[in-house]
Write a protein that binds this ligand. Structure first.
Ligand code: ADP
Ligand code: MG
Length: 226
């Protein structure tokens, strides 16, 4: 298993306000798989993605990446895991509108400690993958929604991650741009073997993933293909 999640619990708040967002969730993900997490709003999908991506801690249970257990890792090690092995794509893009496309893609590489010359090369390569080399010097605000999401994908790709986490990656896009983003994600999965973990409301997108999991009231079950 590349990612091993064993009986994790995540509780928000304390005492009377305690809310169990993840209730003994287990799942294993192999390298190169594509996994969809579906379910109603508020069911715990983003919470699950955040803890697997080491953006947040669990209350009990264990999560490991490549046999390395998160709870036994120091903060700096987890930061390294995130910045070297993971890429993130969110519904709201989270681009800096005042900065150029290139600067937005460079940022995570800077955080990961990559030298300037190297990060420029890596960023340009990622922008080539998403077909945006003609926009590198445009400000992010000057792009369409579909183009912005492709910048976000380039940013997620720039560090050559092993896993891409995407939370509603097509949620703010029209169907044409959504389809383009989907095609791009699955091409990365096929051609580069990047493992995809996608949170989505979109049944068609979920159907394209090799495995699907349904989140309901903090509990996860696998949905088998008919
Ligand atoms: P989904 O992504 O499926 O819409 P979330 O994982 O965002 O669901 O949220 C699951 C539940 O946990 C929701 O009821 C939400 O209100 C609650 N929740 C999420 N984040 C927090 C937080 N930081 N503090 C308290 N409750 C939270
Ligand atoms: Mg969510």
């Amino acid at each position: 298993m590349l990612i091993d999640v064993d009986s994790i619990t995540k509780i928000y708040g304390k005492g009377d306000n305690a809310f169990v967002a993840l209730d003994k969730v287990s799942l294993g993900i192999k390298r190169g798989e594509s996994v969809a997490i579906i379910g109603k709003s508020g069911s715990g999908k983003s919470t699950l993605m955040h803890v697997i991506a080491a953006l947040d801690r669990v209350n009990s249970g264990t999560i490991s990446f490549d046999e390395h257990e998160y709870e036994s890792m120091k903060g700096a090690k987890l930061d390294q895991l995130r910045s070297k092995k993971f890429g993130f794509i969110f519904q709201q893009f989270f681009l800096n509108g005042r900065e150029t496309v290139l600067e937005n893609v460079l940022l995570p590489l800077k955080i990961a400690g990559v030298s300037y010359g190297q990060r420029k090369k890596m960023a340009m390569k990622a922008l080539e993958e998403v077909d945006l080399t003609d926009k590198v010097n445009n400000r992010a605000t000057d792009l369409s929604g579909g183009q912005r999401q492709r910048v976000a994908i380039a940013r997620a790709l720039a560090n050559q991650p092993e896993v891409i986490f995407a939370d509603e990656p097509t949620g703010n896009l029209d169907s044409e741009n959504g389809a383009r983003v989907e095609d791009l994600l699955f091409r990365l999965n096929r051609e580069k073997g990047i493992t995809l973990i996608i949170v989505t409301h979109d049944d068609e997108l979920a159907a394209k993933c090799r495995r699907r999991f349904l989140m309901k009231d903090g509990q996860l079950t696998e949905v088998k293909k008919k």
